[in-house]
Write a protein that binds this ligand. Structure first.
Ligand SMILES: Cc1cc2nc3c(=O)[nH]c(=O)nc-3n(C[C@H](O)[C@H](O)[C@H](O)COP(=O)(O)OP(=O)(O)OC[C@H]3O[C@@H](n4cnc5c(N)ncnc54)[C@H](O)[C@@H]3O)c2cc1C
Length: 384
């Protein structure tokens, strides 16, 4: 375990991929004294449980821009970080059953194409021709992003961590932040299970626990944890490789290849917010039903493993990114609503801009902490 120093320029609260990315980009910009505190082990909470999807097919332009920046980092990850994160461009196929969903897809495609996202609009017949294992009779159509895909979130987080460490960031595991000291409207320090640290700037990247960390500074932010379960089949070669990420939007069901297996998941829209991450057998049956409906060949696959993790969700499914006015020195990158792995490179870069200069080269208005007070603004729609 590393040594705790009593002073730091910046303390990052949370050692998932978001904290690791913020640490790296701050150090890269030359902030000399950065401390990252993780109460457990690095990248073992949400990041290590993620299914690693990376895509440009978002409905909100601000999310597309985060994806495009991040994708460039993922594509060059081995060169910059010396780590192979197994980024496979197996594609992302979104499927629409309902007329309303389909019209929504088409309007997203307009936004995506305006931003030069490579995306194909497909009829059910074209989908069947390319992916004959899919049931398409009930579909209105689909959209396909050939450059989208998936990578390993744990390896990506550890790539950021290793490089940040080499640039001088102090990274401490088994060190929990238990309090944030705010005096005269500005951050003065943090209390930890290993003693206090005087610090003028803290970054809340505590994932599903971000609401609790914000409350330590007296802030009430609309981010809530919701369970998401994932199931893996036995090695399964009846579907030709590479298996794209298939998103059955109306069923909120998805599956993809995790060679040699298939992994799959679904949202339970009726489940209330909680920190529960148990695997539920009854829900597994609902997921397999959705799987066999969409890809009947999956009836032959056996589920051998399941796990539960937490999405951190905001009311409009967009994150909260930025400095919180009212408490100088309090920064947040939270509420990624299931997209935090793929957006971490861009968000780490943005946070380093904000902390260094108070400004960002990205438009952060869609991610402002106080947007929820206003009339309902359009958030992100491509969420499962
Ligand atoms: C099942 C599932 C599938 C997903 N699929 C995708 C996907 O396909 N694509 C995608 O982009 N995203 C996906 N996500 C979302 C993505 O995994 C998250 O958005 C991302 O990992 C969030 O990273 P984070 O660093 O913010 O949070 P975390 O990884 O949760 O890290 C936060 C850390 O903060 C620590 N912490 C909390 N409180 C304190 C404290 N008081 N002191 C010190 N440390 C503290 C925690 O221990 C934790 O390690 C998925 C998530 C789940 C659950």
């Amino acid at each position: 375990m590393g040594k705790l120093k009593k002073f730091s320029d910046v303390v990052i609260i949370g050692g998932g991929i978001m904290g690791a990315s913020v640490a790296y980009y701050l150090a890269k910009r030359g902030v000399s004294d950065v401390t990252l505190l993780e109460r457990d082990l690095l990248a073992q909470a949400t990041t290590g449980l993620s299914v690693g999807g990376i895509r440009q097919q978002f409905s909100h332009p601000a999310n597309i821009l985060l994806s495009q920046h991040s994708m460039r980092v993922f594509e060059n990850f081995k060169d910059e970080f010396g780590e192979d994160i197994y980024f496979r461009k197996a594609g992302y196929l979104f499927l629409a059953q309902e007329e309303e969903t389909w019209n929504d897809f088409l309007s997203s495609v307009e936004t995506q194409r305006r931003l030069n996202v490579p995306v194909e609009v497909l009829t059910p017949e074209e989908i069947k021709r390319r992916w004959p294992f899919l049931h398409v009779d009930d579909l209105k159509g689909g959209t396909y992003g050939p450059e989208d895909g998936y990578a390993d979130p744990y390896l990506a987080a550890m790539g950021f961590v290793d490089k940040a460490r080499r640039l001088g960031v102090r990274i401490l595991e088994k060190t929990e932040v238990t309090g944030i000291k705010v005096l005269g409207g500005r951050v003065r320090g943090v209390e930890t299970t290993r003693g206090p640290i005087s610090v003028p700037a803290v970054v809340n990247v505590a994932g599903p626990w971000a609401g609790e960390v914000a409350r330590m500074a007296g802030l009430d932010l609309p981010v809530k944890p919701f369970r998401r379960q994932v199931f893996a089949t036995c090695p399964f070669d009846a579907i030709p490789k590479p298996v794209p990420m298939v998103i059955d939007q109306d069923a909120t069901f998805y599956f993809r290849g995790e060679e040699p297996n298939i992994i799959m998941g679904m949202s339970d829209q009726d489940e209330p917010s909680s920190f529960n991450t148990h695997v539920d057998r009854e829900f597994m049956e609902r997921v397999t039903e959705a799987a066999v409906y969409r890809a009947p060949i999956l009836e032959k696959a056996e589920i051998i493993r399941g796990w539960g993790g937490l999405y951190t969700i905001t009311p409009d499914d967009n994150p909260i990114i930025g400095a919180l006015p009212g408490i100088e020195g309090f920064f947040c990158a939270i509420g990624f609503s299931g997209h935090g792995f793929q957006h971490a490179p861009a968000v780490g870069f943005i946070m380093s801009e904000l902390i260094m200069s108070g400004r960002s080269s990205f438009d952060l208005i869609p991610f402002a902490y106080d947007r929820f007070d206003d009339i309902k603004k359009e958030g992100e729609k491509r969420v499962v």
